[in-house]
Design a binder for this molecule. Structure first.
Ligand code: ADP
Ligand code: MG
Length: 731
């Protein structure tokens, strides 16, 4: 009898630290060598063509065919000089992963030989055979075709997988009728909406500003687990999380991992994927241990949102590939292990001007302070208005395990700004309400915001780690995003609602100015109103507490804990209005997205439920039954040998416990299967997702409870699933 767990454990014992070869002496030697950077492009294009591309990137204009032809020729020459044989349009379908379909440059010629070809057409548009990507019904009525189209604002790059090198061209992915089938298309529209609105508002303060670029710095959390142990856990392989497993006697309670040194094997892995990232121009900056054992984090310098998201998608892909070289598996799931912290992906967001100003960084002068205050208050107001839409954007089956689980922000969206800025806003409100604006203007704009905030924010006492949307000195940090998520969903919503808010602000301020107010006093009056009505969304206390749940309810803030219901917020009248008016989604597109997300949820729970049944019946029950048999035989023998009944009593109790857990599990798995069958008959995507959430998922805890109890008593040599204590402490 082979025990899969012991086989896996013996492989772990054989593991050595994988040697890695440094691609250069210092990072700057190989940074972005696999990227078709602006500098490289410049050396392949005529000056005119280069200027056209740069202008197109800045303005979002189309690139003409002749220029595209030059770019394609340049890309091909550069790529071939680096040993590239194939190219692909690289896009982000709504499955969450990235997709690519490789075509060779090579083409046969009439001579029977061949040559390498890559032209403007191939660069600009491709038609991947994509009928199996989720489309929420957008394509069925037309054709099962989708098109990928070049996004010149994100540079092409070479994906080097050791044995092959592929030129990857970042693209959007749309249906035959131009409807978005991916994350990037709506994201780019939201960036455009925000830029337009923000530039207009900037002009109240500075006419020199012609561009505003939203910026994103993500922080990626992840777990690592040994490959052999991973392979021995079918639940982890199929669903990305452990569906069973009693918590380890030693978990994260000692907090020793967070401050501990990084194990050598992990360190080698980190350096390895970091090097791969640097080659692709991903500016990774920090690496450290996280709270849970075997949990880690990395974060880059922030970049323009579109590029930052492409880089995050690439990073997740690289992390997965590189882990295999080190006989590790990276777990990007939001909650791979019960009982220890899950993983998130903080999205640090701000807006930068082409004059080099961060709009969410308090200024050094009254004028820039005023501009900061304007963007700061408008962002808060946008969240106050559309908190529900943000909630929808972070919703997923996996994130449901984190939100509100006392380790991650709750399902209630609120904003934290710190005590000093709260005071500042109160001050603005009080003075503007009082009315003697001339004096108030004067006082307010002299407020020494710049010099006080950074210090205060860096002081940990004023850093609320429990808030889902926190101001951290010069940016807002969205903390409720899941670790495996594509940041685009959240960023698209945030850009759009802030764009919408800034447009409204402009209309209100212009209105007041038309009726005779000075510019400054008009701005202050509108800001004051926003501050007053944004109070209900601002919360400085502990977001993990029960008191906050009660308080939030009083304030009328929603607290929707499960994905099928949170997704409703995508299709409210208000949400559809803000999305369509800012031209980010059409009504049809947003309905489609809603449906796709519901389906994703349903499928995830379905997979977990099937795995739960299978693992329970084929791993846990057989182990437990063998143990039951051993116990029964042992007791029988003891009885035959005349051991006194009083000594056998507790042994029989144990036997009964084991038998009871076994029978409950078998019964519950049966009932769960029935519930699943019923749910599967439901046609409507929302009803089906809700059935999975409310009728199928509740069995998980029940089945797991009994299985985990068995793990604690069944003889260790009979237990065939790697245990938490073995998986969580990497050697
Ligand atoms: P932490 O929040 O872990 O203390 P930091 O505040 O230093 O770390 O930075 C976290 C992330 O915020 C980094 O990825 C950083 O690049 C990013 N960040 C800093 N400034 C901005 C900005 N203006 N816009 C977007 N992201 C930013
Ligand atoms: Mg942070």
């Amino acid at each position: 009898m082979t025990n899969t767990r012991f086989q896996a454990l013996s492989k772990v014992a054989d593991n050595q630290v994988t040697e890695i070869e440094a691609p250069g002496n210092k990072i700057s030697d190989f940074y972005a060598i696999n990227v078709f950077t602006d500098d490289i492009m410049k050396s392949y294009l005529s000056k005119d063509a280069f200027d056209i591309v740069m202008l197109a990137i800045k303005s979002g204009n189309k690139i003409d065919r002749a220029t595209a032809e030059q770019v394609a020729t340049g890309m091909k020459s550069w790529a071939m000089s680096r040993g590239v044989t194939h190219y692909t349009h690289w896009f982000q379908p709504l499955t969450g992963a990235t997709a690519e379909k490789h075509d060779a440059f090579f083409q046969q010629t009439a001579t029977g030989k061949g040559m390498e070809i890559f032209d403007g057409n191939a660069l600009v548009q491709q038609e991947p055979d994509a009928s199996s990507f989720p489309s929420g019904g957008l394509r069925v009525t037309f054709e099962a075709r989708g098109y990928s189209a070049w996004d010149p604002s994100s540079p092409a790059f070479i994906m080097d997988t050791g044995n092959s090198k592929t030129l990857c061209i970042p693209t959007i992915f749309v249906s035959y009728n131009g409807e978005a089938l991916d994350y990037k298309a709506p994201l780019l529209k939201s960036l455009q909406a925000l830029e337009t609105a923000a530039v207009e508002v900037c002009h109240y303060f500075d006419k020199n500003i012609t561009r505003v670029t939203p910026t994103l710095g993500w922080e990626q959390e992840y777990f690592l687990v040994d490959e052999a142990l991973y392979e021995a856990r079918p639940d982890l392989v199929a669903s990305g999380r452990t569906l069973f497993g009693h918590s380890s006697a030693k978990g994260q309670q000692l907090d020793d991992h967070y401050f501990g040194s990084i194990p050598e094997r992990v360190q080698a892995y980190m350096v390895d994927y970091e090097n791969e990232c640097y080659k692709l121009g991903i500016p990774l900056k920090t690496r450290h241990n996280e709270v849970a054992p075997s949990q880690f984090e990395c974060a880059p310098f922030f970049e323009e949102v579109n590029i930052a998201i492409d880089h995050n998608q690439l990073l997740m892909d690289l992390m997965d590939r590189v882990a295999r070289r080190h006989k590790l598996r990276v777990l990007l799931h939001e909650k791979p292990f019960a009982g220890v912290n899950g993983s998130g992906k903080h999205n640090n967001w701000s807006m930068a001007t082409d004059t080099g100003k961060n709009l969410l960084s308090p200024g050094r002068t009254p004028k820039t302070n005023f501009m900061f205050l304007t963007f700061f208050v408008n962002t808060i107001k946008a969240v106050e208005e559309h908190a529900d839409l943000l909630r929808a954007a972070i919703a997923s089956a996996a994130n449901d395990f984190r939100l509100g689980a006392n380790e991650a922000p709750p399902a209630i969206i609120s904003v934290f700004i710190g005590s000093y800025l709260t005071e500042v806003l109160n001050e603005v409100e009080k003075r503007v309400k009082k009315g003697n604006l001339d004096e108030a203007d004067h006082q307010l704009l002299k407020l020494d915001i710049h010099n006080k905030i950074p210090d205060l924010m860096l002081d940990n006492t004023d850093r609320n780690r429990t808030s889902p949307f926190a101001f951290t000195g010069n940016k807002f940090e969205v903390r409720a995003v899941g670790s495996s998520a594509n940041c685009s969903s959240t960023m698209t919503v945030l850009n759009t609602i802030v764009a919408d808010q800034l447009k409204k602000f402009k209309i209100e301020v212009d209105g007041l100015m038309k009726s005779g107010e000075t510019k400054d006093s008009a701005i202050l009056k509108v800001l004051q109103q926003y501050i007053t009505c944004s109070k209900r969304i601002c919360f400085e206390g502990n977001n993990y507490s029960d008191e906050w749940e009660k308080e939030a309810k009083k304030r009328g803030l929603n607290n929707v804990k499960t994905t099928p219901y949170a997704l409703d917020f995508y299709v409210t009248e208000k949400a559809i209005k803000v999305m369509t008016e800012n031209k980010v989604f059409s009504h049809k597109e947003i309905e489609a997205r809603h449906e796709i997300e519901l389906e994703k949820y349903m499928k995830m729970v379905q997979i977990e439920s099937r795995m739960m049944g299978e693992v329970a019946m084929t791993y846990i029950i057989p182990s437990a039954m063998r143990y039951q048999q051993q116990l029964a035989q042992s007791i029988q023998t003891a009885e035959a040998m005349g051991v006194k009944e009083k000594n056998l009593k507790v042994q029989k109790d144990l036997l009964n416990d084991v038998a009871e857990h076994i029978s409950v599990i078998i019964k519950e798995v049966d009932d769960m299967t029935e519930a699943r069958k019923k749910a599967n008959e439901i046609e409507d995507a929302r009803d089906k997702a809700i059935a999975y959430c409310e009728k199928v998922k509740p069995f998980f805890d029940e089945i797991r409870y009994h299985a985990d109890k068995l793990e604690l008593v069944v003889s260790d040599d009979l237990w065939s699933l790697p245990k938490y204590r073995e998986m969580l402490f990497l050697r």
